[in-house]
Design a protein around this ligand. Structure first.
Ligand SMILES: Nc1ncnc2c1ncn2[C@@H]1O[C@H](COP(=O)(O)OP(=O)(O)OP(=O)(O)O)[C@@H](O)[C@H]1O
Ligand SMILES: [Mg+2]
Length: 279
């Protein structure tokens, strides 16, 4: 007689289905997600139906021309904006409202003007009613990391735009969310700080296995950071291509001298030859 532990063919295929459903449920999954803004002047189609899956622990970068719907996409995934059609699943749950285990960096810093820099960084902690004392060292460590040590007690208007944006990155990281949604987080930074932040973000992502969706205008930044790069067309945005970036990790600034890096940057840039410069 066969051992009772052996699975029948039916059981085996049911089991495989379950395993693949589970693998599918993690990360971020979009099916037929589109957006048309309804305005008084008429409809503004912003995104054509999109289908893609950001895997658990993946560093996924989106590049595309201005106005193609990148921020719209991020707002929908974060639950702040309902899609016109389609479904968004985050960790297997359908997104219908803002969800907890996500850190968001918006295109503008959006700091609360009446809170100090430290108070702004601790906002997610206060909103979740977590103990401030436990998160204070992390908040200060993050501020130091982004070069804002000594600015904890300042108010946002006392900082430059780039400094405010760095504070908003700390705010997104302070509660150690599993998923990071970042809309041009380094756009307002000088080139050197930007490179430093790139390397730091990659280190954090690798160490904590976060799933990251990052939007950028810079093709070299996209290739440097990403496991995969999604290239969007002009508005209404659609997927022009998705590229794997098989550059070894950990990556350092020397990675940019790798011929594969240059080749990928050039290949992605070709998408925009007809659409004008991107970065
Ligand atoms: N609240 C809104 N109401 C109406 N139209 C909107 C609204 N927000 C965005 N749009 C339109 O949707 C399109 C996509 O906007 P979105 O901000 O997503 O672009 P983007 O790709 O992030 O651009 P950028 O690279 O300049 O940040 C734009 O054409 C914009 O005019
Ligand atoms: Mg935008």
């Amino acid at each position: 007689m066969k051992p009772a532990t052996r699975m029948s063919a039916d059981q085996r295929s049911a089991h495989l289905r379950l395993v693949s459903d589970r693998a599918d449920a993690s990360g971020i999954k979009l099916s037929g997600v589109s957006k048309t803004y309804r305005t008084r002047d008429g409809d503004v189609p912003s995104l054509r139906p999109l289908d893609f899956h950001i895997r658990d622990g993946e560093f996924f970068v989106v590049v595309g021309p201005s106005g193609c719907g990148k921020s719209t996409l991020l707002k929908m995934i974060s639950g702040l904006l309902p899609p016109s059609t389609g479904d968004i699943l985050v960790e297997g749950e359908r997104v219908t409202q803002p969800h907890g285990n996500v850190g968001i960096v918006f295109q503008n810093a959006l700091l609360l003007p009446w809170r100090t820099i430290l108070g702004n960084v601790l906002l997610p902690i206060d909103m979740k009613r977590l103990p401030r004392g436990k998160y204070l060292p992390r908040a200060k460590e993050l501020l130091k990391l982004v070069g804002l040590e000594g600015f904890e007690k300042k108010l946002p208007w006392q900082l430059s735009g780039g400094m405010q944006q760095r504070a908003s990155i700390c705010r997104a990281l302070v509660h150690d969310p599993k998923i990071m949604l970042m809309d041009e987080p380094f756009g307002a930074l000088d080139a050197m700080t930007r490179e430093r932040m790139n390397v730091e973000l990659m280190r954090i992502q690798r160490e904590t296995r976060k799933t990251v969706l990052l939007i950028t205008h810079s093709i070299p930044e996209a290739v440097f950071l990403a496991d995969r790069v999604l290239v969007m067309t002009e508005r209404p945005g659609a997927i022009a291509a998705i590229y794997d970036v098989p550059l070894p990790r950990p990556r350092s600034l020397e990675t940019m001298a790798d011929p594969l890096f240059t080749e990928l940057v050039q290949r992605i840039r070709k998408h925009f030859f007809t659409q004008g410069a991107l970065d």
